[in-house]
Design a protein around this ligand. Structure first.
Ligand code: NAD
Length: 419
């Protein structure tokens, strides 16, 4: 007998949520088959010369999952763990994230299997330029629009844009988003994800009758997303009672001074040594009694090991994939409401869309205009998801996938399948 050893597939896990929603939508089997396969997966070698002259070869990927609603859209990851399976799963998620907030994009993702922390700026620039050069024919403002992800930065987007523009002999800022402001980035992009997290959280708190004034908020991860979301909660009158980063957690029932903590991180590059709260572990932080818990750090933080002990009424997924499917089921049973990642952290891709629009028109908006349009898009689409969840008696996650899948399917049907 032959026994096959099956590795755990990230893409396989990602499809689980899709299947649950697809079953409720009564999808045509052919359409369903199409949606569970990526449109295009590209793998290529990246010859790479170290500063000392040695030659190595890295592997690069770009997956364009679906184009029904527009050009593919999604980040580029530089990380040692990048695989085709992971990039495909991330491109699949981007398809639903763009659709659930009604952006005219499909889903994409890319990456290079490398460790950027060991590379000099010159080495990073060479990898980025070769990566971009390999993709010249298949990316572009009307084809596929990358952005930063884990391990990539606005500077890397600038090199990508420059390389692409040189190859096509045309200044093309709209080929990537997340660029520095000086070369076509958007105002408000850096704050957009945290801002979106707090916007949908406050809307859901209203639905649940939780007064933002004095509400207790716990935030795991005090980087870009977590710190901005925390500040927005404070601005709404809430108390952030605990924050954490990779160095551990800090707790104060009187409320952490968030502006002070942000200034501390700016100076010391982490919360290590921060004295504005009592030290607690990250595990204990997740289990604190609170109104809202915002996981804004890593995947799989809320899992079978701690789901029964989580003390929040509402969980707002700032991070991508912070809740395992097992924990999600326990939260539903316990009546804990979860705003899923594809909605909660869609503020970043929404302002990336604004960046693409501004680049293409050559006219740049004030930050207040960006923020106002972000709020319109997030709140209008979150309301659609909430209403559907209430009407169909399903969790917000299932409703979010249903809204997103339905939009992609409608576009496919109207265009017709070229088969
Ligand atoms: P970041 O690197 O700025 O911040 C991550 C934070 O998490 C840091 O404070 C880090 O110290 C902390 N952290 C790491 N390991 C931890 C641990 N074990 N326990 C507690 N804290 C830990 O990253 P970010 O941009 O804020 O992204 C956070 C999450 O949000 C990621 O899942 C990312 O994919 C997701 N996300 C980010 C954006 C965006 O626009 N930045 C958009 C969508 C989704």
């Amino acid at each position: 007998m032959i026994t096959a050893v099956r590795e755990v597939s990230v893409f396989g896990d990602a499809i689980a949520y899709f299947n649950e929603a697809a079953a409720l939508l009564d999808l045509d089997p052919g359409i369903r088959a199409l949606l569970t396969k990526p449109s295009r997966q590209i793998i290529f070698s990246i010859p790479f010369q170290r500063d000392n002259g040695e030659l190595e070869v890295f592997t690069g990927y770009r997956v364009q999952y679906n184009f029904a609603r527009g050009p593919a859209k999604g980040g580029i990851r530089f990380h040692p763990g990048v695989t085709l399976d992971e990039v495909t799963a991330l491109a699949f998620w981007m398809t639903w994230k763009c659709a659930v907030v009604d952006l005219p994009f499909g889903g994409g993702k890319g990456g290079v299997t490398c460790d950027p922390t060991t590379l000099s700026q010159k080495e990073l620039e060479r990898i980025t330029r070769r990566y971009a050069a390999e993709l010249v024919e298949v990316v572009g403002p009307d084809k596929d629009v990358p952005a930063p992800d884990v391990g990539t930065t606005p500077q890397i987007m600038a090199w990508f844009m420059d390389t692409y523009s040189m190859h096509v002999r045309q200044h093309t800022p709209g080929v990537v988003t997340g660029k520095p402001l000086e070369i076509g980035g958007s105002r408000g992009r850096v704050e957009a994800t945290g801002r979106g997290v707090s916007l949908v959280a406050l809307a859901q708190m209203k639905r649940m009758g939780i007064d933002p004034k004095g509400a207790r908020i716990v935030v795991q991860g005090f980087g870009n997303v977590g710190s901005i979301a925390a500040q927005m909660f404070v601005d709404a009158g809430s108390k952030v009672t605990a924050i954490s980063d990779v160095t551990g957690g800090y707790h104060s029932e009187r409320g952490i001074d968030i502006a002070g903590a942000i200034a501390y991180v700016q100076e010391h590059h982490s919360l290590d040594g921060y004295r504005g709260g009592d030290r607690i572990t990250n595990d204990a932080l997740l289990e604190l009694s609170c109104d809202v818990l915002v996981p804004a750090a890593l995947e799989k933080q809320l899992n079978i090991g701690n789901a029964a002990k989580i003390g929040a009424k509402l969980i707002v997924e700032g991070a991508n994939g912070p809740t395992t499917p097992e924990a999600d089921r326990i939260f539903t049973e316990r009546g804990i409401v979860v705003i899923p990642d594809i909605v909660a952290n869609a503020g970043g891709v929404t302002v990336s869309y604004f960046e693409w629009v501004q680049d293409r028109s050559g006219y740049f908006w004030k930050e207040s205009e960006v923020n106002e349009r972000l709020a319109d898009i997030m709140l209008e689409n979150f309301a659609k998801v909430s209403d559907l969840a209430a009407a169909r008696h399903v969790p917000l996650r299932t409703a979010a996938y249903m809204v997103a899948i339905d939009r992609v399917v409608q576009s496919m049907k109207i265009r017709g399948v070229y088969a």
